[in-house]
Design a protein around this ligand. Structure first.
Ligand code: GLC
Length: 649
């Protein structure tokens, strides 16, 4: 290492392990490289030089939310998004991007679900891993976050996630285990506590991160997540962000009194100095490889791949020449979710009516906004049109969970009354997470979920609605009928504790297993995990399984039996029908999305490492791969299993 610890005073060492301000480490008056960090996962949120939290944010390219990126089921797009954000960082002298966020979507109402990948930890890990590679291959660092079991926003600073060891290993750190294969420069520890101890001072979790999950970078706190810096240093947290004067003073006193040994402090300082050196060295290798316009085009492609067509009675795609009424302002304003990942634009986001006019030049496209109570005019405008497109939105945000996953009653009424006037009503959801559609879902002709689609999202939506793009996105989170159907909402939770008595049964692991155990009426699903419609249709055939020692090779063919080229994401799940331990009914262990020309077939070969079939034994305190028969299930969604075979280990 370039820096010699012996040349630092005690006071300098204490300054090293706490941020200088909101976005920088302390450079000890020029003695070490000053690391600059910045949010966020889908676009830079960098305050201008003078400002910090209150400072005006510098505009940046607004990519689609992580939820939309994940719904593309294309890890290469996570890599691509990482590459493009690296360019944005290089232009702004940002050394470490505070991303990706990969927390498991346990509660459908969690305010930050838009910022995360999935209810499945394996899928979350894969996307996190590829995103990190994309950023770091361009010599910018990342901060994999938020480690760990940070799955709600309400009382996130005080609440303790109470969970058993197997659940912690197989679900809430499994995503990190996979993402860490990309060697992020840093990991951000979360606000919450786990089993009664704040993660920012949780030695067991920090040791697990380093010793079991193989992390060798720097652990930084989330902003303001350190209650007791002395305990944090002793637990293995390397850097408190941002600087807190009283914590600094307490730490200095603790080192002077011997409560914190010099060795403990040095171990933390070494990680900070290693990061400083890495940032300084990597910066010399940086170069910009894309223009802003290329980044915006890529943002649109991510939206085109990640927007999901949930329902379509044939009203879509809209033919050119058809009259269309677009209702609502969600079509222009919600390009990203609320909180630290919010991106500010210095130009207008694409507008759906304009984009539809570009796609359907022979069509009469009218647009009426809701604002000012002109709802009746909105709805009447739909009458007599060939198609009415109702845009509804809901701003989810960091820091607060939703009370309900229904749309506001006003929006529900608009949908219902419009559908009454025009049976060809299409609903476009600009929402950060799943929506309870019981009030209106059966009354409309089509439903598209666009998430927060970024600044070019409406161009992508228009292309999908008009058939210029064949939708290929699939859900990465189950759409339950209601919140009540989600097991996690039956677990005890108050301001201080959230009891994860749902254990391994998060997301489809619950809905599948409930169905298998005859409890499907308590676990009703409107749209399952891994589900999404296309304008094409596909047939699966020819499953072949092979064992090459460390992996199971899963091969099959998919034929596009329609007259439209389309992309199909096929998923591979495994099931252990006879097992010494309880297991969820089935679990995702592979997937691939391919373009299939109309009338043609594509051959899929998916390699499933046997380690993905392991469970964590709290009897032996290690991962175990059971011998015996496994079922391998290939599906177009988690509920739509098309092929099944047996593998024996
Ligand atoms: C926020 C978020 C974290 C973000 C950090 C800096 O509270 O939890 O994701 O990177 O603070 O804004």
């Amino acid at each position: 290492m370039k820096y010699d610890l012996k040349k630092f005073t005690l006071e300098e060492k204490v300054r090293l392990v706490a941020g200088k301000d909101t976005w920088h480490t302390d450079d000890l008056d020029g003695k070490v490289y000053k690391v600059k960090v910045s949010d966020g996962p889908v676009g830079l949120r960098t305050p201008n030089l003078g400002g910090e939290w209150g400072g005006k944010t510098i505009p940046a390219v607004a990519f689609p939310s992580t939820q939309v990126l994940a719904q593309s089921w294309t890890p290469a797009l996570a890599y691509k998004t990482g590459e493009l954000l690296a360019d944005e960082c290089i232009e702004r002298n940002v050394d470490v991007l505070l991303a990706p966020g990969i927390n498991v979507k346990r509660l459908p109402q969690c305010g930050r679900n838009f910022e995360y990948v999935s209810e499945d930890p394996y899928l979350s890990g894969i996307f996190g891993r590829e995103y990190i590679k994309g950023v770091q291959d361009h010599h910018v660092g990342t901060s994999l976050k938020h480690y760990c079991a940070n799955n709600q926003e309400n009382s996130r600073l005080s609440q303790s996630s109470e969970l058993d060891e197997r659940t912690l290993r197989e679900i809430y750190t499994y995503n990190f285990k996979i993402a860490l294969e990309a060697k992020p420069w840093t990991v951000m520890s979360s606000y919450n506590a786990v089993n009664g101890l704040k993660v920012s001072q949780h030695k067991k979790l920090n040791d697990m991160l380093r010793e079991d999950l193989g992390f060798d970078g720097l652990i930084m706190s989330d902003w303001g997540a350190v209650d007791n810096h002395v305990a944090s240093v002793k637990s293995g947290l390397d850097l408190e962000m941002p600087y807190k004067k009283e914590n600094m003073e307490a730490l200095l006193a603790a080192v002077q009194s011997g409560e914190v040994t010099e060795e403990e402090l040095d171990a933390r300082c070494i990680k900070v100095l290693e990061l400083c050196e890495k940032c300084e060295n990597e910066k010399k290798l940086q170069k910009i490889s894309t223009t802003v316009d290329e980044r915006r085009k890529a943002a649109q492609r991510v939206a085109e791949e990640g927007i999901v067509l949930l329902k379509n009675n044939g009203v879509l795609p809209i033919g050119d020449g058809k009259s269309v009424s677009v209702i609502g302002e969600g079509a222009t304003k919600n390009i990203s979710g609320g909180g630290s990942s919010r991106v500010v634009l210095d130009r207008d986001a694409a507008k759906l009516p304009d984009e539809l006019r570009a796609c359907l030049p022979a069509s009469e496209i009218s647009h009426v906004e809701f604002y000012g109570g002109k709802i009746s005019r909105c709805i009447n405008n739909a009458y007599g049109k060939d198609v009415s497109v109702v845009c509804v939105d809901q701003i989810d945000s960091e820091g607060i969970d939703r009370d309900s996953i229904r749309l506001s009653s006003r929006l529900e009424e608009v949908i219902i009354e419009t559908a009454r006037l025009n049976p060809n009503t299409v609903v476009v959801l600009y929402c950060g997470s799943v929506i309870d559609m019981t009030a209106w879902g059966d009354k409309v002709a089509a439903i598209v979920t666009a998430g927060y689609p970024g600044e070019r999202g409406n161009a992508a939506i228009a292309k999908i609605l008009s058939g210029k793009v064949n939708p290929s996105g699939k859900t990465t989170e189950t759409y339950p009928e209601t919140l009540d159907d989600c097991l996690a909402n039956h677990c005890l939770r108050d301001f201080c504790h959230s009891i994860y008595s749902d254990g391994l049964l998060v997301g489809y692991r619950w809905y599948d297993t409930a169905k298998y155990m005859g409890k499907e009426n308590e676990a009703r699903v409107r749209y399952p995990f891994g589900y999404g419609l296309s304008y094409s249709s596909f047939e699966y055939s020819g499953l072949k399984l092979a064992d090459n020692g460390d992996n199971i090779l899963v091969e099959f063919d998919v034929k596009n039996v329609s007259d439209i080229d389309g992309k199909e994401c096929a998923q591979v799940y495994y099931r252990k029908p006879v097992s010494s331990v309880f297991r969820p009914y089935k679990e995702l262990c592979g997937f691939e999305k391919k373009l299939i020309k109309s009338g043609k077939s594509e051959h899929y070969t998916i390699t499933v490492p046997k380690e993905y079939l392991a469970y964590y034994s709290t009897a032996t305190d290690k991962w175990e791969i059971e011998k015996g028969d496994y079922e391998i299930l290939v599906g177009a969604s988690c509920e739509d299993i098309r092929l099944m075979g047996k593998a024996n280990i």
